[in-house]
Design a binder for this molecule. Structure first.
Ligand SMILES: [Zn+2]
Length: 67
């Protein structure tokens, strides 16, 4: 099986006021925040930034929105 690099999408949880990045395919459903709330997909110039070998350990990371 070939490993494809996936685009990174940014999602914002209005409840937690956080933005987190998820590696997913176009066809994947939007994820839920850890709090269980639905999240809003953000349009960002970084959306299709690819991380060479720097995969997040579990394909998922969090950061503060103002970070
Ligand atoms: Zn949340």
């Amino acid at each position: 099986m070939k490993v494809k690099k996936l685009p990174i999408y940014e999602f914002k949880c209005e409840k937690c006021k956080i933005v987190f990045e998820v590696l997913q395919k176009f066809s994947d459903p939007d994820p839920l925040c850890g709090c269980g709330s639905e999240v809003k997909k953000m349009i960002s110039l970084n959306s299709f930034r690819l991380k060479g070998d720097g995969w997040f350990k579990d394909g998922y990371s969090r950061r503060k929105e103002n970070g």
